[in-house]
Ligand binder design. Sequence first.
Ligand code: ANZ
Ligand code: ZN
Length: 774
Amino acid sequence: MTQYDFKTIEAKWQAYWEKNKTFKAEDFSDKPKFYCLVEFPYPSGDGLHVGHPRSYTALDILARKKRMEGYNVLFPMGFDSFGLPSENFAIKTGIHPSITTEKNVTRFTEQLKSLGFSFDWDRSFSTTDPDYYKWTQWIFIQLFKKGLAYKSKMPINWCLSCKTGLANEEVVDGRCERCDGEVEKRQISQWMLKITEYADKLLNDLEEVNYLDKIKLQQANWIGRSEGANVTFKINGYNDSSITVFTTRPDTLFGATFMVLAPEHELVNQITTTEQSDAVTNYINKAAKKSDLERTELSTDKTGVFSGAYAINPINDENIPIWIADYVLSTYGTGAIMAVPAHDERDFEFAVKFDLPIRCILDPEPNKAKSVKINIDDVLEGKVCWTFDGIAINSSSSKGLDINGKKVVDAKKETTQWLEQAGLGETAVNFKLRDWVFSRQRYWGEPIPMIKCEDCGWVPVPESDLPVLLPEVERYEPTNTGESPLAAMDEWVHTTCPDCGNPAHRETDTMPNWAGSSWYYLRYIDPKNDKEIANPELLKYWMPVDWYNGGMEHTTLHLLYSRFWNKFLFDIDQVPTSEPYLKRTSHGMVLGEGGEKMSKSRGNVINPDEVVDKHGADVFRLYEMFIGPFDQSAAWDTKGIAGIDRFIHRLWRLIMEKPIVPNIELNKEQLFVLHSTIKKLTSDIDSLSLNTPISQLMICVNEFMKYEILEKNVANTIILLVAPFAPHIAEELWSFVNQTVDESIVFKPWPTFDEKYLNKDTIEIAVQVNGKVR
Ligand code: ANZ
Ligand code: ZN
């Protein structure tokens, strides 16, 4: 009897898979296709984190089961290798980021291979490969040609320590998402991508895909569609200026007691009276220093200043004061609001602070008032803000609008109709989604392939000249002038205009990290193609991705960006499907022992290499799945690995020590355990519930350990069920039981169960109910 020697076994089967290209995805196979995708890693200098294999193992299990079920599986892996750490390392050491990247990619590849993932390595690439980013640049040029890329001087978020512009989405709680540094507003000319043009499609098409509900909701919230009306207010004393506000609650017009402009609103200067002019200028200067978040957070103290001017409420010609306050953002809606303090929390706080009238125009719904413990009289007297439903009161005017007694929905409709007929307003839709700031002033990114000519303006680099390679630079440091280090490379910057041949200069900004990951799933389909992003027939065969798993932190940005690019590529006939991913799931994080985030500073980082060295890849994989429900965070527990280690040894002894005999009859208990194990694994793998199947496998192995001999089909079934989880030991045991040479378990059929063996439960319940043993 041989000992379980995982080192030999794992090395042997990894070499076998590599030599035989076992996991090669076959283009145009007759089998049904299954495209299974995990988010590719950034190859950091720290090597693989134990968090990475959680997602990879889960989808590897799925991919392996699908192969056993007869699918032609594409399960690729690559590297998202542009990024700040390599660049920061270059700044420190002078070593070119491409050298660091290559080294890190090699290490990551070795680590991933040591875990036995069934990736088709022939399709691997890095986003920093010129053959790849050539096409990233090509896509940018197509966006430019369709008017979806434009340059604009924008107030942007500028990270003071990364010295680069950031997209709104990269600013978290007022700080840089990457370095947690301070962010301020700067006016810088930036390349922008018009993702807002796709806002409706990005929202509506969520109905076509099978994403987890919480992921759909996050996408929808990020896009943030609001329906309401634009309403125009005349300004007292001005005949040809008016203020248009966006409101989601036109029904509350009778409760508008003042109006607020954002400090940046274009009319502020014009309407401010002389008496108020100093106070207003002062206020505007202060507001400019604050972030959007500081300005709009409910908890922050409201600030503002009176402009001296009055607006005229279009429904009753009432004069209401116009204030300037920074809780109104210039970048949303029209940058101006009508304030309804009785029914809007922020307006209420403002009115209380500045002693402005509060007029209740909704009779609260009594049950609701009870449940939120609000006194109805307080609401009616304007002492408390009522933000829920109710019946309109105090809402009629001599101008002919009367919505008293109406419910909110109906009152909204009626008011909007009235405004439309009077030419004073119209229905309007707004999105939270902003255009995508696509410029970065850093070195280690794809150069934006554009040339600026005095006469011709911005001209794309001719496609035959792509890729625009990153030139060698002497210094990698970002500059503080808002330009990338490329700007210092005179020879590179000076070029000629592709259109007119006159002297011109290159764009020196680079693309953000999100660029390369916005279309990588397409390139796996045809990674070596030098004529197009991928061959159309191949795209038609493989797309869409059937299942995409990644981190919850990527469900807003990366997911939205890649959906946007795919939709654009679909619209220009480059890809066959409008949505890139049929299904999207996310995994929870792996935390350190004790439940804290793993980090170098906490000293609680688990190195996967050490676990593999001590216990083997199969135990590591099983443990990563056993650790807890896949979609939830789970804490590492070194002791927990011992249990998995024992299970693997027990499985080994079951198959290697028991005499294996074909065609012996199984008893009821054995049939029940075996078939319920098949049933459970069959459905659980399909839903990525991957912790409990391992317990079930343990029950199954324990059951058959009880008997002197092991039936051969049982042995094979158990090995087949184990194979997706612990593929190395499964290969070894399979070749032992079946005495095969040079043959793999990878394409052996997945076991099937028979319901008739599963009714043991019902019999047991009957026995209990009757209280008698039969
Ligand atoms: C009057 C009103 C009465 C409002 C009421 C709400 C409740 P969402 O749903 O996020 O689209 N608003 C409009 N533009 C704004 C801006 N630039 N900065 C800050 N606030 C702005 O919110 C739309 C509502 O937010 C609008 O409807 C407006 O206030 C405010 F009982 O108008 B509402
Ligand atoms: Zn020119």
